[in-house]
Design a protein around this ligand. Structure first.
Ligand code: GDD
Ligand code: GTP
Length: 411
């Protein structure tokens, strides 16, 4: 029997995802019509041996209850949300709930960062891990460019054995282009290593005022770095599609790949569709609208005549009025885009000319204090009047706009 643990952090995290995460917690943000971490759950459910999924985070339990109930019903697995009373770090939460992970004596468990999206090759990872009797952790690794690698966990490994000899989390200077995808397979014995790391942290905390609280532990720095060079840590390099989901721009990118992966091609399309597109069955779409590629339309959305939408996500109950255009944007729940208006953002895809390039998680502002052009975001309940242009802007929830905006944050 196998289990899976998904780390989702809490309301303090995902700041770069605002204002999208103001109404929906980031782990539940829909990509290709499914909440972000439902893609993780679906990947785990495909593995017959995987019987239980534990979601660990510090979002209030009430936020997660409905989702967990829905997932249990849909996938017929044991799925539980374990509430972390304070953010304990990527390793602290896992260690705190170690008894829940060990219960039933699984052969091993997957550990998945909730903020990545991928074509998760879990079966392949498990097989690789299972063939390394001394291995405690296998990391799914991928190639990055030299410049971007430093924003991730970087690993050096022995080419013949795939054992990780050196692991540095977000190094200050170049270490390796093999990066950590935040997807792991672990053996239960890893908890012994964590117990030692925890003890060291406690000793340090009580002897010299450590930071972060005595229970705080970083999986990457306190566990993976320690395991490197001991032949207990391995890396499997994969070429499957993989990305982080940090910014709204990366949500549009992830949406495209999940749509492609799930081949969301509505057979009874209500209008002209350029694949791939997801349209929720409850959405009302006029036959003269043209939608796609890379568009997800949520529940209860209304799309009126002559509308053109591409490379965008339209969230539940939004209305896009006649002849308006939405491109490289996220339209929030209950928002409304007026007739003949144009809501447009700038794509922030990985550089297609650089092999292995990942998304640049560009900061909101550049060095001159100006907003970096990116995806346009309408928060929940925003009204864009008729005949206006909104370009590369972020609108906070419940704003009624009365003019056009370009490169602005509308507070
Ligand atoms: N439960 C819980 N508690 N989860 C947490 C906590 C916490 O205190 N802190 C972070 N997480 C979750 C986040 O929600 C996210 O899903 C995951 O753990 C990773 O956390 P980050 O701290 O945001 O790390 P990162 O994404 O910058 O880097 C990690 O992922 C990269 C791949 O995406 C590292 O593992 C890197 O080495 C790796 O390359
Ligand atoms: P992610 O997309 O989840 O990585 O968000 P981010 O990179 O914008 O978050 P980051 O880790 O940079 O933290 C965002 C804000 O949350 C910062 O102001 C941090 O100081 C704060 N923060 C991060 N971790 C914690 C925590 O454990 N406790 C508290 N109280 N604040 C935290």
């Amino acid at each position: 029997m196998l289990k899976a643990v998904i780390l989702i952090g809490g309301p303090q995290k995902g700041t770069r995802f605002r204002p999208l995460s103001l109404d929906t917690p980031k782990p539940l943000f829909p990509l290709a019509g499914l909440p972000l971490i439902q893609h993780h759950i679906a990947a785990c459910a495909k593995l017959e041996e995987c019987k239980e999924i534990l979601i660990i985070g510090s979002y209030p339990t009430t936020v997660m209850t409905q989702f967990v109930a829905d997932m249990q019903k849909e996938y017929r697995l044991i799925i539980r949300y374990l509430y972390e009373f304070m953010p304990l770090g990527t390793g602290g939460g896992l260690y705190h709930f170690r008894d829940q992970v060990r219960a039933g004596n699984p052969t091993g468990f997957f550990l998945l960062n909730g903020d990545v999206c991928a074509d998760f090759p879990l079966k392949k990872l498990w097989k690789f891990h299972d063939e390394k009797p001394d291995g405690l952790v296998t990391i799914m690794g991928t190639e990055a460019t030299r410049q971007q690698s430093v924003y991730y966990g970087c690993m050096v490994r022995e080419t013949n054995t795939n054992a990780v000899t050196h692991y540095v989390e977000k190094p200050n200077s170049y270490v390796s282009t093999l990066i950590n995808c935040g997807v792991y397979v672990c053996s239960l014995q890893v908890f012994q290593v964590m117990a030692e790391a925890f003890q060291r942290k406690q000793d340090r905390f009580y002897s010299a005022n450590g930071h972060g609280g005595p229970e705080y532990m970083s999986w990457e720095q306190d566990v993976l770095s320690q395991l490197a060079g001991t032949h207990k840590l391995y890396a499997l390099q994969v070429t499957n599609w993989w990305s982080q989901v940090k910014t709204a721009g990366s949500a549009i990118y992830a949406n495209r790949h999940y749509l492609e992966l799930h081949q969301n091609k509505s057979s009874d399309a209500p209008c002209k569709i350029l694949p791939d597109v997801f349209i929720h069955p409850t959405a009302i779409v006029h036959s003269t609208a043209v939608i796609g590629p890379n568009v997800s339309i949520g529940a209860g959305v209304t799309i009126k005549a002559g509308v053109r939408i591409k490379e965008s996500i339209v969230l539940n109950n939004a209305t896009v009025h006649e002849h308006s255009l939405v491109m490289y944007s996220v339209v929030g729940q209950d928002s409304s885009v007026g007739e003949w208006s144009r809501v447009e953002g700038t794509p922030s895809d990985p550089d297609p000319n650089k092999p292995f390039a990942k998304m640049d998680n560009t900061p909101l502002f550049n060095n001159d204090g100006r907003l970096n052009p990116s995806v346009t975001i309408l928060g929940a309940g925003v009204t864009v009047p008729a005949e206006r242009i909104l370009l590369n802007s972020i609108v906070l929830p419940h704003k009624q706009l009365n003019r056009s905006y370009k490169n602005e944050i509308i507070l």
